[in-house]
Design a protein around this ligand. Structure first.
Ligand code: PMP
Length: 403
């Protein structure tokens, strides 16, 4: 038995082999296993689209299904580019993303991502993109206020937009937490400022909520904490409770309308994968939304998140922990060689791997990102299990930080 501290890659929300989701899937198997979603439809996808629209930030009224997170990002990028083409703005070819961002590993998604580990090898194959730095609690100088940091980074984005906006389709952003980018967190005020600048300079804002959506950040969607609504929002991972591959890109009526025309105008948006909107995936998603609707998930998560903070509070003073940071049901501890300068251990030493190996011996699946140890557990975890995670992580950190 393993205790899954990372929701099997940030996917699982309500535990493995959850009886409620299992039962819904067994029923769905009796009804319909798959049918194409091109020029055709099925009841489960329609119901899921309606339920997602009711939950999503205001104005997101249309759903485009796919079957994994990277594809949802490809859909958003293509849809944004194609929208401007349909409007006759043919010079818009570029996308803006944040430094340290991650949006998936197909070529388009990789191009807007910014973590060198994933993209460097494929550099020559990738679209040319623009990137800007964003506020980061770990990198911020202690003598600079959070507010000033946010304003400075918004200014950097505005300068780029002043020069490039008429060549840009969209800005894509992971709201609040750059998960694959070592769980780095920025304030909601920055996201709010980005929305305002995208409006001022008339470019789309794509929110990639693939990792942070469905309660992970503390609210159903992270965008809610900045009180913003993106032009497109990508969802996957927790969408099916971590059961099956499914993704959706939500968008607004204005964007949908730019494609809706007589067939002969050839304005339609084409992006089809064989298993897009698969009924089993949609059923798992509906069962997941049923759990959100009937159980007090977000309230319960607040209690669990507070307990995660308490159980790791002693690590703030650890000589080799540079920062303990948290956003809702994500808690990360960054190991450093030197606490005062926040200098990292040489990456070749792979200290995080030692934590991983030690945790496995203790029956815990705790898979760090480099030297960042993090908890991103399923929401059915108990306070006792959180204490166990914290003990195993502390022990692993001690072993990993020995010279
Ligand atoms: N965007 C974000 C923010 C992600 O965290 C991920 C997956 N880690 C993706 C996109 C890609 O999703 P997938 O692995 O399903 O292609």
């Amino acid at each position: 038995h393993y205790l899954d501290a990372i929701s099997s890659g940030w996917d699982n929300l309500f535990g493995h082999a959850n009886p409620r989701i299992n039962a819904a899937l067994q029923q769905q198997l009796q009804d319909l296993e798959h049918v194409l979603l091109a020029g055709f439809s099925h009841e489960t996808a329609i119901e899921l689209a309606e339920r997602l629209i009711a939950l999503a930030p205001a104005g997101l009224s249309r759903c485009f299904f796919a079957d994994n997170g990277s594809s949802a990002v490809e859909v958003a990028l293509k849809m944004s580019f194609h929208y401007w083409q349909n409007l006759g703005k043919t010079k818009r070819h570029k996308f803006i993303s944040l430094e340290n961002s991650y949006h998936g590993e197909t070529l388009g998604a990789l191009a807007v991502g910014n973590v060198p580990l994933y993209r460097q090898t494929y550099g020559p194959l990738l679209l040319e993109c623009l990137s800007v730095s964003c506020p980061d609690s770990f990198l911020r100088n202690a003598d600079k206020s959070i507010d000033d940091d946010v304003q400075e980074h918004l200014k950097i984005l505005e300068q780029l937009l002043q020069q490039q906006a008429n060549r840009v389709c969209a800005m894509i952003i992971e709201p609040l937490v750059q998960c694959a980018g070592q769980m780095r967190i920025y304030p909601a005020a920055y996201l709010q400022g980005v929305r305002a600048l995208c409006d001022d300079y008339n470019i789309h804002l794509i929110a990639d909520e693939i990792a942070v959506g469905f309660g992970r950040s503390g609210t159903m969607f992270a965008c809610e904490q900045a009180a913003i609504s993106p032009d497109m929002m990508c969802l996957s991972k927790g969408l099916t409770g971590g059961y099956l591959p499914l993704a959706v890109t939500l968008t607004k009526e204005k964007i949908y309308d730019a494609f809706y025309d007589n067939y002969a105008s050839l304005k339609a948006f084409l992006h089809s994968h064989s298993y897009t909107g698969n009924p089993l995936g949609c059923r798992a998603a509906l069962a997941t939304l049923d759990i959100f609707a009937s159980d007090n998930v977000l309230t319960n998560n607040r209690r669990l998140a507070a307990h995660m903070a308490r159980s790791t509070a002693h690590l703030h003073d650890h000589p080799h922990i540079g920062e303990v940071r948290q956003q809702g049901m994500i808690l990360a501890m960054e190991m450093v060689a030197d606490k005062a300068t926040r200098q990292h251990f040489p990456w070749q030493e792979r200290r995080g791997l030692r934590v991983y190996q030690q945790a496995l011996k203790r029956g815990v699946l705790l898979r760090p990102l480099g030297d960042v140890i993090y908890f991103m557990p399923p929401y059915v975890i108990t306070e006792d299990e959180i204490d166990r995670l914290a003990n195993v992580a502390s022990e692993g950190i001690e072993i990993a930080c020995r010279s």
